[in-house]
Design a binder for this molecule. Structure first.
Ligand code: F6P
Length: 325
């Protein structure tokens, strides 16, 4: 279904940045220009929309950004945007600037903002980008692959020294509310234990016994991956050391996981999703999120998407446990 001809769109990135956002920005800009649509870049997420902080973008303004992590548009969280006054101002600014479609790149918070804005008459399409990969409507969010590989690279290095000292490594990876990243990283580095916010654990049974058992069977270095949202990481370290008698060290990888040059997967997904988002706007789609499901791109209604909760991959969790013996 072709909608009315769009002449000008805008785009913004909001919430936590994710490697691959720049590829999506480049793709949105170039796809729009290819279709004779003007593009405005909005700085600092919804803040920029409220404060009219924008600049016209052309093909050259997105040169060579695909290889860079972060977002060239900057990102921010915006409390004012959550008020009716803030939303009204943003919608008024869109109207004043002749913005006929808005692409919002980010996570759940970004989509809540986009959905609210659509109720004020702005045509919006979202692109999922978060290293947490916790957006329920899509199997993949831009940034996850790079973040996982960054964490894996760090843990591989850590393993060299920890193994030499026959220590136990407790490694905290990002994920305040979701364990998808921790689970993926845990499987990749052969963790003895992976703790995630979605699954309660028993200190003795799920950690101490597993490590002891491993040592009996010749494992001289155990890796314990803890998702940030589990909390208590210092306590976990102390208890492991006290109970096993083995030197235990904590490493928090932190925000390093959000940076770095995007992987091929994130560059390609960013580019594909950016292209798809502009085509969705051109078709007249509104209040939708570009999603990757069963190896294909599609759009999902934003309101429906926000009511979904992403389930943990139970099979992957079980595999992690069963191959950790
Ligand atoms: O949502 C992505 C994420 O990196 C989470 O994994 C993490 O808990 C959070 O953002 C950190 O947010 P901030 O950069 O605001 O500290």
């Amino acid at each position: 279904m072709e909608g009315k001809k769009i002449r000008r769109i805008a785009l913004l990135t909001s919430g936590g940045d994710a490697p691959g956002m720049n590829a999506a920005i480049r793709s949105v800009v170039r796809t729009a220009i290819y279709n004779d649509i003007q593009v405005l870049g909005i700085r600092r997420g919804y803040n920029g929309l409220i404060k009219n902080d924008f600049f016209p973008m052309d093909s050259r303004s997105v040169n060579k950004i695909t290889a860079q992590g972060g977002t060239m548009l900057y990102t921010a969280r915006c409390a004012e945007f959550q008020t009716p006054e803030g939303l009204q101002r943003a919608a008024d600014n869109c109207k004043y600037l002749g913005i006929e479609g808005l692409v919002c790149i980010g996570g759940d918070g970004t989509f809540r903002g986009a959905q609210a804005l659509s109720e004020y008459g702005v045509q919006v399409v979202g692109i999922p980008a978060t290293i947490d990969n916790d957006i329920a409507c899509t199997h993949y969010s831009i940034g996850f692959d790079t973040a996982a590989n960054t964490a894996i690279d760090a843990i591989d290095k850590l393993s060299d020294t920890m193994q030499s000292h026959e220590r136990i490594s407790v490694v905290e990876v990002m994920g305040r509310h979701a364990g998808h990243l921790a689970l993926y990283v845990g499987l990749s580095v052969g963790a003895a234990v992976t703790l995630i916010p979605e699954e309660p654990y028993d200190m003795q049974r799920d950690i101490i016994d597993v490590i002891r058992e491993g040592r009996i069977h010749g494992r001289n270095h155990s890796i314990v991956i803890v998702a940030e949202g589990v909390g208590n990481t210092n306590e976990i370290v102390k208890t492991i050391e006290a109970e096993t008698g083995v030197e235990t060290r904590l490493t928090v990888i932190g925000h390093i996981q959000r940076g770095g040059s995007p992987s091929a997967r994130d560059r390609v997904m960013g580019t594909r999703m950016g292209h798809y988002a502009v085509e969705a706007l051109m078709q007249g789609q509104n209040n939708v999120i570009v999603c990757y499901r069963d190896s294909q791109l599609c759009t999902v209604d934003c309101t429906e998407a926000l009511s979904m909760k992403k389930k943990l991959d139970g099979y992957m969790y079980r595999v992690g446990k069963e191959v950790a013996i």
